[in-house]
Ligand binder design. Structure first.
Ligand code: PBG
Length: 331
């Protein structure tokens, strides 16, 4: 038979989609609980679990309840939990001193989890916004978010977190030079094995709205964060930031937000091959949950599809408020 007479079509790609068994054989991407980092909100009190209205299903927990959550996460095979403090108004100030108080909420939660659930890795956030009266990640002088003075404070904050026993420090502030400064300080203080997961490509995004509610920073924020967080129009700049942060001593890097920035995830992973994470942020979570609660999408399927998309884009892991639900679904 001449080629032109070959039965049409020669390539039937639908063959590889014919049954669950065949689809499983040709699947290119896997999602497991080991890919998840679970962000949790910590507040003061005892036995307290308080819903965050703009994030259905997400709660602020007192330290004792955070310990229970950490145990649940470990039992589900989630390797890491990320702490975000909801700081009371009286502990917010212009000098942000609460950020490096050895007994602040974040440090107390770290010590309690380390003692009760030693196997789970603890990640914390380095930035001044939970402690400032302006809602900004750095000190505000006039109308400027000052860089170098802020970095000095971030170093103190990071050291206090390392002292408390944190495994992974996540600077989310986007100041210049903070990774190198924190890495030097950690080395000098003997914390040689503390990892730095840099929020390297963090965009000035509308998708952080519900998070600022969750940590009580939305009312306070004056202006926006566009002089330090990235312009959503930029992609090459993300590579320059990741390159710099890796050279300054970051062990892992993050792209944030997640789904609208999967192109950045792919470029970062392909260019550097470093451990690469995405943050599926509060607004992304709220969009899926809001639509699901209205019956407009199947929430569970949308959740799993979104997580698989991060893996397909090259991410090694994802920070997601869905972490326990995903781990349970993978069961
Ligand atoms: C603070 C910080 C933010 C988030 C993580 N760390 C908010 C911001 O930059 O304003 C957002 C996380 C989310 O939206 O889920 N530096």
């Amino acid at each position: 038979m001449r080629p032109s007479q070959a039965p049409f079509p020669a390539t039937r790609l639908r063959r590889t989609r014919r049954s669950p068994a065949i689809r499983a054989l040709v699947s290119e991407t896997t999602l497991t609980p080991a890919d998840l980092i679970w962000p949790v909100f910590v507040r003061d009190g005892d036995g307290v679990e308080e819903p965050v209205p703009s994030m259905p299903g997400v709660i602020r927990r007192s330290v004792d309840k955070v310990v229970e959550a950490a145990r649940e996460a470990a039992d589900l095979g989630i390797p890491a939990i990320c702490l975000f403090p909801y700081t009371s108004q009286e502990n917010r100030s212009a000098d942000c001193a609460e950020a490096w108080n050895p007994d602040n909420l974040s440090n107390r939660a770290t010590r309690a989890i380390k003692q009760a659930v030693p196997d789970i890795a603890i990640m914390t956030d380095v930035a001044l916004d939970p402690y400032s009266d302006t809602g900004h990640d750095g000190f505000v002088v006039g109308d400027e978010i000052v860089n170098d003075e802020t970095v000095e404070a971030l170093v103190k904050q990071a050291l206090s977190q390392a002292e408390a026993g944190v495994d992974i420090i996540g600077p989310s502030d986007m100041m210049d030079g903070r990774i190198g400064a924190i890495r030097n300080a950690l080395e000098s203080a003997g914390h040689k094995n503390v990892l730095l997961l840099s929020y390297a490509a963090k965009y000035a995004s509308a998708f952080y709205g519900p998070f600022r509610d969750a940590v009580g920073a939305s009312g306070a924020l004056k202006g926006d964060k566009k002089t330090y967080q990235m312009d959503p129009a930029n992609s090459d700049e993300a590579l320059r930031l990741v390159d710099r942060d890796l050279r300054e001593g970051a062990d892992m890097v993050m792209v944030k937000p997640g789904l609208p920035y999967l192109d950045i995830c792919r470029r970062v992973k392909d260019t550097f091959g470093a451990p690469t994470y995405a943050y599926q942020v509060s607004g992304e979570y709220a969009m899926i949950m809001g639509a699901a609660q209205n019956g407009w999408i199947d929430g569970d399927r949308a959740m799993m599809e979104s997580l698989m998309a991060f893996k397909r884009a090259g991410c090694d892991g994802v920070l997601t408020y869905f972490a326990p639900a995903v781990a349970r679904a993978l069961g």
